[in-house]
Write a protein of this length. Structure first.
Length: 302
């Protein structure tokens, strides 16, 4: 049986011209955003008429490489670097969600499907600063950043984009008092915000690299009986939990990242490469979108 292999978040490698089985090596299952992305792959898999086999690397790179090796072990020697492993086997590889370093010079066996992380940070910072300006008028404000994983492009670029944006005329009234890594975690973010509040730092705005951390921040503010009207809490991803938190007034905005759309498109691209079709473009970017209380119902209905 011919195989198509996917690793996430994310790369898909394709065996043969008419793939019948798809192996999906995911970075982790226990992640709200990747769960939605996985559902997009499953939906596209049904449409393409292929069988899917998922593996969970549990955020362990050696484990994921081992899973990839198992997927392509027939006729291919084990290689410690994923792109070399795939290329040596003549297998197309499609990165999904996490942009590869060589995205500007992808080879004939490579493709990428995802979103521009700088756009996520810019959209978030623009709206958050607008809301802060509405609250404080011409005064000064302080802010904090809850970062994901700075070794991952999304965490690094979203954080750097916010840090750069607050230096521009559109947000130079906000001073970033602290930035801490909360590893995309709701509980870690809640603990960090609680620590800030205990230390006497009540920010006017909290920039969170993802929705889980934004929700954790909101929970800490609520536990400390801080008026939610006093603090702008901004997330990214527009997960179902975040949309409900936005509708409830716990957070103020999020930025929709089309996880399911990335998953669907990534599998479609991989299947096309497996059939030997020429791609119109090797890097496909799906836009981020601002979500506010005014349009949240549109996203809840998706």
């Amino acid at each position: 049986m011919k195989r198509l292999m996917i690793t996430t978040a994310f790369a898909i490698t394709a065996f043969g011209a008419q793939a019948q089985e798809i192996g999906v090596a995911m970075a982790q299952f226990d992640n709200n955003f990747l769960t939605i992305l996985r559902q997009g792959i499953e939906e596209a898999g049904r449409a393409e008429g292929v069988t899917l086999q998922f593996e969970d690397a549990q955020n362990d790179v050696p484990r994921q490489l081992s899973q990839i090796q198992n997927f392509i072990s027939s006729g291919v020697d084990a290689i410690t670097q994923m792109d070399k492993m795939a290329n040596d086997a003549g297998i197309p590889i499609v990165n999904i969600n996490r942009e590869p370093p060589n995205v500007e010079s992808l080879g004939p066996l490579e493709a990428f499907v995802g979103s521009r992380e700088v756009d996520a940070g810019t959209i978030q910072a623009t709206e958050a600063c607008r809301l802060v300006k509405e609250k404080i008028g011409n005064g000064a404000a302080n802010g904090v950043i809850l970062a994901g994983d700075l070794f991952i492009q999304a965490g690094r670029v979203r954080t750097e984009t916010v840090q750069d944006f607050v230096k521009t005329p559109g947000c130079d009234f906000v001073k970033i008092e602290d930035m801490q890594v909360a590893d995309w975690s709701r509980s870690k973010a809640s603990d960090l915000v609680s620590n800030w509040l205990t230390a006497g730092l009540t920010p006017d705005v909290i920039f969170a690299n993802n929705d889980e951390m934004a929700i954790g921040a909101a929970q800490a503010l609520k536990a400390a009986m801080v008026d939610p009207e006093d603090v702008v809490v901004a997330g990214i991803d527009a997960t179902p939990d975040a949309l409900m938190a936005l509708k409830a007034g716990d957070i103020d905005l999020t930025v929709f990242q089309d996880a399911a759309g990335q998953g669907r498109k990534g599998l479609e691209v991989a299947a096309a490469m497996a059939r030997g079709e020429e791609l119109a473009e090797r890097a496909v970017y799906i836009p981020f979108e601002l979500v506010t209380p005014e349009n949240v119902d549109d996203y809840l209905a998706r």
